[in-house]
Design a binder for this molecule. Structure first.
Ligand SMILES: Cc1cc2nc3c(=O)[nH]c(=O)nc-3n(C[C@H](O)[C@H](O)[C@H](O)COP(=O)(O)OP(=O)(O)OC[C@H]3O[C@@H](n4cnc5c(N)ncnc54)[C@H](O)[C@@H]3O)c2cc1C
Length: 288
């Protein structure tokens, strides 16, 4: 079973480094300093050719500022509009934050590996994520909801610094109604928060897992993922069943430049989604 329409991706087009113009169709503020940009390619042929898999990313190009790697955060079954949830971190992303609906930017992609949803068929899934780490997992959640009956139990453990930093909260009820068990937490509550307070990996204590039947997919700050892996291993979930999405500074995104090299892997083409068993020797090491 495939979780997205057959890919005719833009990497196969003549120049993999060439950005393709796309118009900003919508900008949705998600949290302070974070918005989702919905992009549509100007060329109708590109609109119909473009497909992506959950977990992949695009390079967004702003002339005069530069290019940034941004995960695709929208529904893979609706590829006409390609969503990107962006945190305004530095020069390029802040310039993106000054753009308006109708402005045109360059897009090339999709790049990188995908979440292993095929491996999760018939199994239970524990998705663990913090802050903007939910963005690359949202396409996986859409795919799971479209094929919900093909998975066992699906649990989403999600946390952010404060309640206002939680992304996509308007969709939570729909996800839960669709059969996703959601547990949320925040580091710092406000007067309206009635939920849990604490770090994301501690949410593992809210659930029981059957280690042989469970796959873990995680994305967030590396320190969070380290403790997620610790909790998963403590529950005897095999290393081979743990998948994480890693971020490294990226330039070419096609395995030419080596900027994102991580041990023997290139994060742009072997990652960003990697199996923990494969990267364990390098994980957690600075500047390996
Ligand atoms: C595969 C992949 C997917 C990504 N998906 C998203 C996403 O969905 N949404 C999003 O907002 N961001 C995402 N990022 C991170 C994003 O690419 C960086 O925040 C962006 O490059 C910052 O560019 P800038 O010019 O705005 O800031 P810069 O001025 O380049 O950097 C601002 C600060 O962020 C640091 N930084 C830059 N790039 C990274 C990085 N890759 N990892 C950690 N720190 C970095 C810099 O060292 C600096 O401290 C992703 C990165 C990768 C590699």
């Amino acid at each position: 079973m495939s979780f997205a329409p057959a890919a005719v991706d833009l990497r196969l087009m003549p120049d993999p480094m060439l950005p393709h113009p796309a118009v900003i169709e919508d900008i949705q503020p998600e949290a302070y300093g974070i918005s989702t940009f919905s992009l549509v390619f100007l060329d109708p042929a590109e609109v119909s050719a473009y497909r992506f898999q959950p977990g992949q990313f695009n390079m967004l190009y702003l002339p005069g500022f530069g290019e940034v790697a941004i995960s695709i955060s929208s529904d893979p079954s609706l590829p006409r509009v390609v969503g990107h949830t962006v945190r305004y971190a530095g020069s390029v992303t802040r310039a993106l934050g000054r753009l308006k609906v109708g402005d045109v930017i360059g897009v090339r992609g999709p790049y990188g590996s995908a979440w292993p949803l095929e491996k999760a068929l018939g199994k239970n899934l524990v998705i663990v994520t913090g802050g903007i780490g939910l963005a690359p997992l949202r396409p996986a959640l859409y795919s799971i909801l479209h094929h919900r009956e093909t998975f066992g139990r699906v649990v989403l453990l999600y946390g952010a610094r404060t309640p206002a930093d939680l992304l996509y909260t308007a969709q939570f009820a729909r996800w839960q109604a669709g059969g996703i068990e959601l547990h949320t937490t925040v580091d710092l509550a406000d007067e309206n928060w009635r939920g849990l307070v604490g770090v994301v990996p501690a949410l593992f204590y809210r659930i029981r897992v059957d280690p042989k039947q469970t796959l873990v997919m995680t994305c967030g700050p590396e320190i969070m993922m380290r403790f997620v892996i610790y909790e998963a291993l403590a529950r005897r979930i095999p290393k081979e069943s743990i998948f994480l999405s890693m971020e490294r500074n990226m330039k070419c995104a096609v395995g030419f430049c080596g900027h994102c090299q991580f041990g023997p892997t290139f994060m742009c083409k072997d990652g960003p989604v990697l199996n923990f068993a494969a990267i364990e020797p390098f994980f957690g090491k600075e500047d390996f």
